[in-house]
Design a binder for this molecule. Sequence first.
Ligand code: MTE
Ligand code: MO
Length: 412
Amino acid sequence: MNNFKNEQDYDQDRFERHVWSQQSATGLSRRQVIKNLAGLAAGVATFGALPMPTYGQALPPIVKPTPADKFRTLGTNRETLFQAFKGQGYLTPASLFFVRNHTTTPRIDGDTWSLRIEGSGVTTPSNFTLNQLKALPSVTLTRAIECAGNGRSFFTTQQAQTVTGTAWRLGAIGVGSWTGVRLSTLLESVGVKQTAVDVLPEGLDSEVGATGHVRRPIPISRALADDVLVVLRLNGEVLPPDHGFPARLLVPGWIGIANIKWLGRITVSETPVFTSWNTTQYRYFGNPTDYPGDPILTTQTIKSAFELPFPATLKPGINLITGRSWSAAGTIARVEVSFNNGASYSRATLKARGNGHQAWAEWEIPWAARVGNFTLKARATDNLGNTQPLSVPFNTQGYLFSAIAGHPVTVS
Ligand SMILES: Nc1nc2c(c(=O)[nH]1)N[C@H]1C(S)=C(S)[C@@H](COP(=O)(O)O)O[C@H]1N2
Ligand SMILES: [Mo]
């Protein structure tokens, strides 16, 4: 499914994207890139057969170390093991942040890189170099980034439903302190028009098969809000390669895909924009009474997780059980924990630090554990009264599992 009129348009679009990627990557002019492509193309019949623009071909797909005691490998992705957050403080260190890559981490040269803002919705299409972005007024926000599919494996293990996509447990989330420039500052400086409708940020990582570069449209109203940033720093340090160097978008409260990494281009459009990232993916397909009209996903939900191995083995006696809960709508008001598979719940103690807006809250509760097998459960309620349900209606791609998740524990 795409918005191209015919195959020729499709090829032209791919060609334009290829040229644009090469321009951003190399700093060469459009003419020079096309000349180089012509050289490469000698003897190749169609553009489709040309080598794709890639950074770091033959390099490891993820730059940072992701040791097995801290991460779980799921295809091209790395899920943080939730027990690794224990004792780590409120913010997720960059070294522990989950990695969700549709392909591989591109190695981008910040000196030649620039961010292009263009499209029918702006009067003055412009490029911003990294130095220009650094010189603009900056804002720092502490917010979660969480994959739309976080918790997906529980659709299968807890609801006996078959769903497609990466089988995350609950570690496809991290809370960072993000520093960058408001997107609205950039859009205003290129003369965003009153008639603008949608904004399409686009990543410089390799194309994902025929669906092209990773790009997820967001409405202009959301794009212009004060909390949407073109992020340059994570936890006070330069953004690491795996998390979007030199620049990524931050759209707080929205599903992970909205936070496009390795930004290369932002297109502002006067007409609604459709890419596979809002037509066939990141959309609810399920029972029409549960999901009328196959809604396009926007915001994340509410969840909780224990800082324990999955499954966990504990010693009998008093164990201090710790965990984190988060809500994309606000802050956490209350967390209740069950040690008997949901038959009864007790209130956990929220830690004083943190519990930020659209971030997470840390909590703890002592458990006098007897020998046996147990299912632990945690249920969070946020400041708006949203609480975790017992189950989530099935959707084919297993998005937004916010139900109370059972955690198996053996005490021996
Ligand atoms: N360019 C680009 N941006 C991207 C992605 C990607 O593969 N390419 N993955 C998205 C998804 S699905 C998620 S959940 C977040 C993950 O961010 P992280 O890898 O920094 O944790 O980035 C989003 N931005
Ligand atoms: Mo994601």
